[in-house]
Design a protein around this ligand. Sequence first.
Ligand code: ATP
Ligand code: MG
Ligand code: MG
Ligand code: MG
Length: 484
Amino acid sequence: MKSHEIVRRWLDFFEKKGHQVVPSASLVSPDPSLLFTVAGMVPFIPYLTAREVPPYTRATSVQKCIRTADIEEVGKTVRHGTFFQMCGNFSFGDYFKEEAIAMAWELLTTPVEAGGYGLPAEKLWITVYKDDDEALTIWRDQVGVPAERIQKFGKKDNYWSTGQPGPAGPCSEIFYDRGPAYGAEGGPAADDNRYVEIWNLVFMQYQRGEGTGKEDFEILGELPKKNIDTGLGMERLAMILQGVENMYETDQVRPVLDKAAELSGKEYTSAETDDDPHHADDVRMRVVADHVRSALMLISDGVTPSNEGRGYVLRRLIRRAVRAMRLLGVEEACLPQLLPASRDAMKGTYPEVEADFERISRIAYAEERAFLRTIASGTARLEDAVKESKAANKPLSGEDAFTLHDTYGFPIDLTLEMAEEAGLKVDEAGFRKLMAEQRARAREDAREKKAGHADTSVFKHLLAGGETVFTGYDELTTESTVRG
Ligand code: ATP
Ligand code: MG
Ligand code: MG
Ligand code: MG
């Protein structure tokens, strides 16, 4: 079943159940506390928090999402994209647990000929919050899921809140068992590669009080109006229904992956584990396919490359795609080949990416060219440094790596890789030390400027070490951009 059809069936099903079909909001979050729309519920926050009265009590949508917090997982797990589409159904003080669970089960297990997704009931596993006996009972006694396929989890996995006072509540998730070839038996608790999370049902029923973060807080009482917020990963369902190995091989992503393979002359083999010699290259192709699509969709929604905020995320995505192509052995500009492949795969659902392609591609291609120029100018400086270091029989110094980063915009991983090609080690510790010193100076400056009101949350990450470019984007209330 193609992605387009999955979406159509979703909206049809919930429309028939009395839901208002609401078009996807922009990737640029309509909620000011977030950079990006990270979940289907984001456009409905005013209704879910009872700040506004909703014009309907049931809604359904297929929401474009960006989760940069998942960037390191892309291509390595089978299920994390920086861009994905979240199918959702919502109740604002209307139906609650029983109906939400019953509808989810009905849609997933109704045969394809009868309008559903036709998943075999015995492949579905359920998780519930450990104290949510109500949900457990509904799944077991009303839906008929055998008790051994229902697992209990604690707050970390199965409790939702924004991290601040407001609505909160337990959630229940549906997982699909891909079978023994994909990992150990034992349900979601045992193996998250074999048992893939597909759908999260959030039951907003309590009022949360003060407390720290997502696990340690008090519950003040029941909400006067209880809400339902659910999210199913469209690409994850597509991966199952299309019988492919991961979300990057589904119909809206695969064409870009194939183009990356064609341009690099490398064979794509669906390698899953890093003991497979094809793994590194396969991950790169999956990263390219994911990031190119995210860039396409972000620019389509009005984001342009820059050095901060959303624009910086876009810049990093394009640079990472270019870097991955370089590691696949392609040094020329690739976006003029990759971006149209992504456009053609996405335009069925999002005609605007075709209508606006002239503008989108102009921005993307210019950014790629600028990065290739950066690489070219830094390369001459790097080659000099390599020559000198070799003559002195020393590793490339931390100072050199720092200058390349600071003056030439040369990412450290590029320096490492190119030095290695030249048979040279890099004083990485020295580089990190200089970076830390620079950050400490920046922090001092910020402190002075803000006279003690600096937001130190950002620096905690930096002091913890390493490049922390993408952090916390899927936190609903505490998004921040950190430049590495
Ligand atoms: P995971 O544990 O696999 O990272 P999650 O618990 O973070 O997923 P939720 O926040 O519950 O995900 O989001 C609801 C649904 O959206 C998930 O059940 C999944 O199907 C989908 N989803 C979440 N993150 C991604 C992603 N990065 N790429 C594709 N689909 C995703
Ligand atoms: Mg996640
Ligand atoms: Mg999860
Ligand atoms: Mg989840």
